[in-house]
Design a binder for this molecule. Structure first.
Ligand SMILES: *Cc1c(COP(=O)(O)O)cnc(C)c1O
Length: 489
């Protein structure tokens, strides 16, 4: 048997590369990464290609090993070329992500050292680091130091954790689900509805509240709705507000909503996935007043903290409630108990073993300092304000003044031409050009173009290019129109 084991060991040697092999591969990957970064300005922000990563299918996982050179070629052609380039400063669609360079270094180290960040006993440092980051975010929004939460993969899972915790803390059980009421507006992110369903609350009543002319939830309507629902024998238990909606970046009246939620003993969850870190800026700080009164907050470092995708967070004021919903014990875990020194993510989230995602966030924050993030976020706010003014000078209609760094606008063509279709054509033309990537939304049947300024590589130059391209596309579309109408006349 020993001989057989030895033989298997010898055969599996490549899985443990030696120093020289490691350095050679790393140098290749390093060269690839730097070439990629160097070409960010040259690549299209949106690359509409004919073949949609077809080459991957011709490069299947096989029994035999392949060369790194050919592997990287396939990666470049199929993954890093077609579609959206989220690293581009021209990315102003949806909610842009970031991808700070030191965060990649943090990820590299996290994967190399593979520290176990699920349980304090296994790696006190990794867990302490993650808890420090969570407490830092709690501090930013004004939660007490007794609050905690979890570093998640993103805002969707953060919303889910908050909603299941609220459900349990408010005593909603399967028998009472049909009487349970959740308050939100149609501007809430769809991950909220998804989380409600996954949390077993699909049969609960979703009470949608009206919004004002700036798309902010109407707090007076909330108070009346709660009273009416109570009178009808229902069980209001949860309010979901937004601090930066996805459509327009609206901040709901948090202080008013918080007061109502407190008076009525409802759980208040604030979804600040997009907007959360703008609280760092002087421009926005005051508008977040009241967020500290929430019971839970979602905040996405992979949005307004420029981290690579896979970085979200949920902050929960009542850690006992969070633990009650997520804590389980198993005999095979009996050796791993040091828990009262520092809470473990495994006890406060659905995950056990997980990515050590704290390191990718800790490293850039340490290396740059918070001030760098603060000013970069201020820049985004002012870029959006600048765009909002400039786009009007080019004949576009605009939505409400941007509260954060998202604005909506549309071009209404003369001569009664359908504006919705015309704006959809602008989006198509912009995507075909590919240098600046914009998306749209529809609010109450009206098609709006959006701009979301959030990439750390987006500066005045990109905004000016965006304005210039929008102006050009409108001119071209109007000219085409004119040609068509004269040729049919
Ligand atoms: C992006 C976003 C989410 C979802 O977060 P993911 O990280 O994409 O899962 C939730 N709420 C709001 C307001 C968002 O902008």
């Amino acid at each position: 048997m020993r001989a057989k084991i030895k033989a298997l060991q010898a055969q599996s040697a490549p899985i443990q590369p030696n120093d020289q092999q490691r350095k050679q591969w790393q140098a290749q990957v390093d060269a690839y990464a730097h070439a990629f970064l160097e070409k960010i300005g040259e690549r299209l922000c949106f690359n509409e290609t004919e073949d949609l990563a077809q080459g991957l299918l011709d490069f299947p996982i096989e029994e035999t090993a392949k060369e790194l050179t050919s592997i990287l070629e396939v990666l470049e052609q199929n993954v890093d070329t077609p579609g959206l380039d989220p690293c581009s400063g021209g990315h102003m669609a949806y909610i842009p992500g970031g991808g700070l360079f030191p965060a990649a270094l943090g990820d590299f180290l996290a994967a190399i050292t593979n520290r176990y960040a699920g349980i304090f006993f296994s790696n006190p440092g990794a867990v302490r680091m993650e808890n420090m980051l969570i407490r830092w975010m709690c501090d930013l929004i004004g939660f007490p130091q007794t609050a905690l939460g979890n570093l998640t993969s993103g805002g969707s899972i953060a919303n889910l954790i908050a909603i299941v915790t609220a459900r349990d803390a408010q005593g909603i059980r399967s028998k009472t689900v049909e009487e349970a009421v959740i308050y939100l507006s149609h501007q809430a992110h769809h991950s909220v509805q998804k989380a409600i369903r996954i949390a077993g609350l699909n049969e609960a009543r979703l009470h949608y509240l009206p919004v004002d002319d700036r798309f902010r939830l109407d707090a007076t309507a909330l108070e009346q709705a709660i009273q009416a629902d109570r009178a009808a024998g229902l069980r209001p238990f949860l309010v979901i507000a937004s601090a930066g909606t996805t459509d327009v970046g609206a901040i709901d009246p948090l202080a008013k909503i918080a007061r109502i939620a407190q008076d009525q003993n409802l759980w208040l969850h604030v979804d600040a996935a997009y907007g959360g870190f703008f609280i760092l800026t002087e421009e926005i700080k005051a508008q977040y007043r009241g967020i500290e009164q929430a019971d839970s907050v979602t905040i996405d470092p992979h949005k307004s903290l420029f981290m690579p995708y896979g970085s979200g967070a949920v902050l929960i004021k009542n850690v006992a409630a969070l633990k009650k919903t997520h804590y389980y014990f198993a005999n095979y875990m009996q050796d791993a108990m040091l828990e009262d020194r520092e809470p473990s993510p495994a006890d406060l989230s659905p995950e056990l073993t997980k990515h050590f995602r704290g390191l990718r966030m800790w490293l850039p924050l340490q290396l740059y300092g918070v001030q760098a993030f603060r000013v970069a976020l201020s820049e985004k706010i002012w870029l959006c304000r600048y765009f909002y003014e400039e786009i009007q000078k080019r004949g576009f209609k605009v939505g409400p003044y941007p509260e954060l760094s998202v604005a909506i606008y549309r071009y209404v063509p003369p001569g009664g031409r359908a504006a919705n279709a015309f704006n959809a054509q602008i989006i198509q033309a912009m995507r075909a050009d590919g240098r600046i990537y914009l998306t749209s939304t529809t609010i109450d049947g009206v098609y709006w173009l959006r701009i979301a300024v959030l990439h750390y590589r987006t500066h005045l130059e990109e905004i000016d290019l965006c304005l210039q391209l929008l102006e050009e596309k409108v001119r071209e579309l109007l000219k085409e129109d004119h040609k068509k109408s004269t040729s049919t006349a």
